[in-house]
Design a protein around this ligand. Structure first.
Ligand code: FE2
Length: 320
């Protein structure tokens, strides 16, 4: 059994032993040896079933239990390291690649999402409606703050903050995605994914500023990855409370205050984020990162991509 290390009050981190990793890799390869046409958009349930079954067979029982209870406990961030690293095709810097070659990768990814008792989903107006987003340095996105960007810092943000907050048990697609699930295939550039909790950031703000963030005096636009067909910008609050839980939707580049009070509160929020004690994850091949998009903000610094075929490549899907 690998080490279970708490990296903070709200971060769960596990690392698999090499032996578990290797037997899991073989199990996935064996189960998918004759499967050449499994596509996550049409066969996602099959891939999730295969992956979850192999994971349940080989992961330590306490880790399976940890994953199964993570969302019910309102966990914010989970990192699972040293998962199988399957041979991957060249990094698809154009953004898309045939999914059939990635069946073991998708089974692992979707199997973990299933063990987390979450439902993966795509939205029709982004990523061509495909479930899996290839987070790669796409030359066409140079200069943009996008998951396909590289040279521009993608400041602290919520993914798709231009939508209303959703509630459990509803169709998740019209709402801010609740969870993001990343599986790293390559990151030789060692680009960190930074995560910061909403609560520690809010604690750095004066009560009057927090109150200003809850007023419907903001316009929150879509990110650069969404061009046509996106819902119009939300006009509403950046900060909302669901019971005692604070949830934030924010993208520095697309959020503006519609009043002087709101604009000043956004400046305070940006300053609080700049000084916040963030957690940095340099995801390595075989690392899985899952977080609550309502309860943490994330960021990716500018970086210089490696050669195209071996450039940074994370796989991401939304889950609710
Ligand atoms: Fe993002």
């Amino acid at each position: 059994m690998g080490a279970a290390v708490s990296a903070g009050p709200d971060i769960v981190r596990y690392a698999l032993d090499d032996g578990v990793r290797d037997v899991l890799a073989k199990e996935l390869d064996d189960r998918l040896a004759d499967a050449h046409l499994l596509d996550p958009d049409t066969d996602g349930a099959i891939l999730a079933t295969v992956g979850a079954s192999a994971l349940r067979q080989h992961l330590p029982c306490e880790l399976v239990a940890e994953l199964g209870g993570f969302r019910a406990r309102q966990g914010s961030v989970l990192v699972l390291q040293n998962l199988p690293r399957h041979d991957a095709p060249p990094t698809p810097v154009g953004g898309f690649t045939p999914e059939a070659a990635l069946a073991p990768v998708n089974a692992l990814h979707l199997g973990l999402v299933r063990l987390l008792e979450a439902t993966p989903f795509a939205v029709p107006y982004e990523n061509r409606g495909r479930l899996m987003r290839n987070v790669v340095p796409n030359p066409a996105a140079t200069g943009t703050t996008s998951s396909w960007g590289s040279d521009a810092e993608f400041f602290w943000h919520t993914d798709n903050p231009h939508l209303p907050f959703g509630e459990p048990g509803h169709d998740p697609r019209p709402y801010v995605p609740r969870h993001l699930a990343f599986l790293a295939l390559r990151n030789s550039e060692r680009v960190p994914t930074d995560v910061v909790g909403v609560d520690p950031v809010l604690a750095r703000l004066a009560p009057a500023v927090r109150e200003a963030l809850t007023r419907p005096e903001f316009e929150i636009g879509a990110p650069a990855s969404i061009k046509l067909g996106a819902p119009p910008p939300v006009r509403g609050a950046v900060l909302e409370h669901s019971g005692a839980t604070a949830r934030l939707r924010y993208d520095h580049g697309t959020t503006r205050g519609l009043t002087a009070r709101a604009a000043a509160a956004l400046d305070e929020l940006a300053e609080a984020l700049s000084g916040a004690d963030a957690e940095q994850f340099v995801l390595r091949p075989g690392d899985f990162l899952f977080f609550d998009n309502y309860r943490v903000l994330h960021r990716r610094r500018a970086f210089t991509p490696g050669p195209k075929a071996g450039a940074r490549w994370l796989r991401r899907c939304y889950a609710s």
